[in-house]
Design a protein around this ligand. Structure first.
Ligand code: ADP
Length: 596
């Protein structure tokens, strides 16, 4: 019986076990897999351990479903949510807030841990330093070496970063060094304790846990800017933020979400004392993102320029107006400069035209002056030419008579012809002198010997004024005196001075008084002096002598002295008139050729 009974129980147990196994295997085959993405900053194993209680509970509570943990890092979490490859997620408040905004993830419940005051005020950051560190406040961290887990670690960077920013220390700019060392965060506490950094960011209550577990001695580490938050048993440098939510994705079946939410709310406390509670507010996380300009506020960093422009619009407006004014001014100045340059060029061209016209007039005037000199000498010149012509005629007639009388002795005929030739060349020379002197326009400026030039002028004058007595005195070496000059113009000056001297003497009735012409060397040049005994210049009109058209003579043109002065000065020289006891000494100085 007992055997039978034992067999029956064994059989029954076997049947029961088999049946059970059949249900299990049949159930597993038909159980819908529900994938739950879990943020696994500290590695998948760690995550599986941490959340095993929850998954066990769900799988037991909802046996028709098979809840599978999918461990993800931050990028993996983003991808899984975007692709819809998970039904639910368990993540920290920061990551949740991001996903809520970007992909419509909705929290069902929030973890209620025994460390927090409430699900809404559960976690914060403790910025720790060694006990003996001189640092007291978060603001003291400027320029210091700070350790944190990673840029997207909520508890172990972002929460503290916000407090630092509000304390006036921009973690991106003001720290001496910001080093991200990853998880586990216990390593950060150890590194700070060992003096490998000035400070470190850890999750609130970590230090208390490590002390409790004997990992560090009590009082070895200190928290910067500690906050007193009633009911919170751990030290914190920051305000507190909500705990991790269990959230559904947008595509998750609402009935399933409801079932899961109820199951989670019904979950008994874990051995550590955690349970799920109604969903917390996550607005504070949004504020953090805005302050840090991360997550969905990352664009604010790009908008900074726009904000900056907006903030400084008045100043920028003034700068813009100034710039525009500057550009307008530059364009205007450019325009004015171009216009002025054009005007100056036109003025310059006009000046050139006027100068050319003036030169032309001057040349004509000088020509007129020469013609006037020759005009005054016309009868004397005619007389001068008449003499050789008469002599030529005489000799020609004599030769003709001899030929007619048959007196053809060679010698008288030859000497007659020679005389004709001599007289005709004398006439030709006179004509040539007059012709070149009367030529229109000046000759060219070149190096000339001053003495022969003056002597030639005297000769020409003698042709016109045969009754004039001219005494020529020159230094012994005067033939070496050379100047750069237009020879015709200089002769005109000498002739003018001679003419004035002659006329002054003629005016006093003694034209044949000797007129003395001298040439001498003087400092850096040579002086030609023409002295007469014509009584001198009346002091009353002395100042006007060089005015054009000033004359005291009934037949005078008044051009001689003004033209002569102009000519001499255009050669770099000077011309003066001074009274002597008996008359006037008119003189001009010219620079020697080298210094001309
Ligand atoms: P013009 O001989 O045709 O009068 P100039 O310009 O040569 O013109 O001379 C101007 C005036 O200067 C003369 O009218 C004369 O009164 C005076 N003058 C020039 N040279 C002498 C001189 N050697 N002695 C006296 N008066 C002179």
């Amino acid at each position: 019986m007992s055997n039978l009974l034992r067999r029956f129980f064994v059989l029954a147990a076997a049947v029961l076990l088999l049946g059970q196994a059949g249900v299990c295997s049949g159930g597993t085959a038909t159980r819908q897999e529900i994938r739950v993405g879990v943020l696994a900053d500290k590695g998948i194993e760690n995550a599986e351990q941490e959340w095993a209680y929850v998954f066990d509970w769900l799988n037991r509570r909802l046996p028709e479903l098979n809840f599978a943990l999918v461990g993800l890092d931050h990028p993996g979490m983003r991808r899984a949510v975007r692709e819809g490859s998970v039904h639910f997620v368990i993540t920290n408040a920061g990551n949740y807030s991001e996903l809520e905004h970007s992909d419509g993830v909705t929290r069902l419940v929030t973890l209620d841990s025994p460390l927090g005051i409430s699900p809404t005020q559960a976690v914060g950051s403790a910025v720790i330093v060694r006990a003996e560190s001189p640092l007291r406040e978060l603001a003291d961290l400027s320029g210091k070496h700070l350790l944190a887990a990673s840029p997207d670690a909520f508890c172990c960077y972002q929460i503290a970063a916000r407090e630092l920013l509000l304390a006036g220390v921009d973690p991106d700019r003001d720290l001496g060094r910001l080093e991200f060392v990853g998880f586990p965060i216990q390593a950060i506490a150890r590194a700070v304790k060992e003096g490998r950094a000035d400070a470190g960011i850890v999750k609130t209550c970590l230090i208390e846990q490590m002390v409790a577990q004997g990992e560090i001695e009590p009082g070895a580490l200190r928290v910067l800017s500690p906050r007193q938050i009633p009911g919170f048993r751990c030290q914190t440098s920051s305000r507190l933020y909500p705990d991790w939510p269990f959230a559904a994705l947008g595509h998750t079946d609402p009935a399933l979400a409801k079932k899961v939410a109820i199951a989670l709310l019904e979950m008994p406390r874990t051995p550590e004392g955690s349970q799920w509670s109604t969903p917390a507010h996550y607005d504070i996380v949004d504020d953090l993102f805005r302050d840090l300009r991360i997550g969905r506020y990352a664009t604010l960093q790009e908008e900074t320029l726009a904000a900056l422009l907006q903030r400084h619009r008045v100043g920028l407006g003034i700068v813009a107006i100034l710039l525009i004014a500057l550009v307008v001014h530059a364009v205007r100045v450019d325009y004015l400069v171009k216009r002025r340059t054009r005007e100056l060029n036109e003025m310059h061209a006009e000046k050139e035209r006027l100068a050319a016209a003036m030169r032309e007039r001057q040349s004509e005037l000088e020509h007129a002056g020469r013609m006037a000199i020759l005009g005054g000498m016309a009868s004397a010149i005619a007389h001068e030419l008449k003499q050789p012509l008469a002599a030529i005629a005489n000799y020609a007639r004599g030769i003709e008579r001899r030929v007619a009388a048959g007196r053809l002795e060679a010698e008288p005929l030859r000497s007659g012809c020679q005389e004709i030739e001599r007289q005709s060349s004398r006439a030709a020379q006179t004509i040539e002198k007059i012709r070149s002197f009367a030529r229109k326009g000046g000759g060219s400026v070149r190096a000339v010997s001053l003495a022969p030039l003056v002597r030639e002028a005297i000769d020409l004058f003698r042709v016109g004024r045969p009754d004039a007595e001219i005494v020529w005195r020159a230094d012994a070496d005067s033939d070496r005196y050379r100047v750069r000059a237009d020879a015709i113009q200089l002769q005109q000056v000498v002739l003018n001075l001679l003419q004035n001297a002659f006329e002054a003497q003629a005016g006093r009735g003694n034209p044949a008084q000797p007129i003395e012409v001298s040439l001498s060397a003087e400092a850096l040049g040579y002086r030609v002096v023409v002295c007469d005994q014509g009584g001198g210049v009346d002091e009353a009109y002395r100042a006007r002598l060089f005015e054009p058209f000033f004359t005291t003579k009934p037949e005078g043109l008044g051009l001689g002295l003004s033209l002569s002065k102009g000519i001499v000065e255009s050669h770099g020289g000077s011309l003066q008139l001074r009274n002597t006891q008996t008359g006037v000494c008119a003189s001009f100085w010219l620079p020697e050729e080298e210094s001309a």
